[in-house]
Design a protein around this ligand. Structure first.
Ligand code: HEM
Length: 183
């Protein structure tokens, strides 16, 4: 008799724990589906965001400090050039760093050598900076940054000292092609 009573009481308990396990399973499935969704969405995001078309490669040319200033990422094509150790690089693809909203916007369209030498984020001088006061350690830092930019971005030409004239690289290239033909 006692057995009968206890088996009658057990039945609702079994149902209750079964329901509990069922709910936990549903909860876990929901969490797993949510996590999978988040992971897949995270992987897809770069494809969903329309990537900006790449600018055509700039022809090789030299720049004065004033000419360089036009390429600070606010122009119609948003091109960004930076000079370091007299070399001008097209850093447009690094616009998240150097673009108007970027943390290093101060370098855009400028000679960033002094900033790299002194590890500061400042626009530097408005006129040509001959960097003659930099010490060996600062020069080392400039060269390291130059190497880093050189490995990542396209070299466009030289930053001209006052009085230095622009080299016409098209003539140079034509000359070397004709020299090769003559051989
Ligand atoms: C505590 C201070 C700083 C922190 C935490 C910091 C951190 C960073 C980080 C995380 C990046 C991105 C790297 C990548 O995604 O490839 C970066 C890039 C960069 N940092 Fe800094 N930075 C600091 C100070 C400076 C200073 C003072 C300068 C100037 C000399 C500087 C110049 C740069 C430049 C030029 C880039 C972009 C390099 C490129 O074009 O690939 N940073 N920095």
């Amino acid at each position: 008799m006692a057995d009968n009573i206890s088996s009658k009481d057990d039945l609702p308990l079994d149902q209750e724990s079964g329901m509990f396990v069922y709910l936990i399973n549903i909860f876990l499935v929901v969490i797993i589906v949510y996590l999978i969704y988040k992971i897949l969405r995270g992987q897809q995001t770069p494809n969903i965001t329309p990537s900006e078309p790449e600018l055509p490669k700039m022809k090789k040319q030299d720049f004065t400090v004033e000419e360089l200033r036009a390429y600070d990422g606010t122009g119609p094509d948003k091109r960004i050039l930076i000079a370091v150790n007299s070399k001008v690089f097209d850093v447009t693809k690094g616009h998240r760093f150097y673009g108007p909203e970027g943390p290093y916007a101060a370098f855009a369209g400028r000679d960033a050598s002094r900033a790299f030498a002194t590890f500061t984020v400042t626009p530097g001088k408005d006129e040509y900076d001959d960097l003659s006061d930099l010490n060996p350690a600062e020069w080392e830092s400039v060269r390291e940054w130059e190497e880093q930019l050189d490995s990542k971005y396209t070299y466009i030409g030289k930053l001209l000292k006052p009085g230095e004239s622009h080299i016409n690289y098209e003539d140079e290239e034509k000359g070397s092609i004709e020299e090769k033909k003559d051989l």
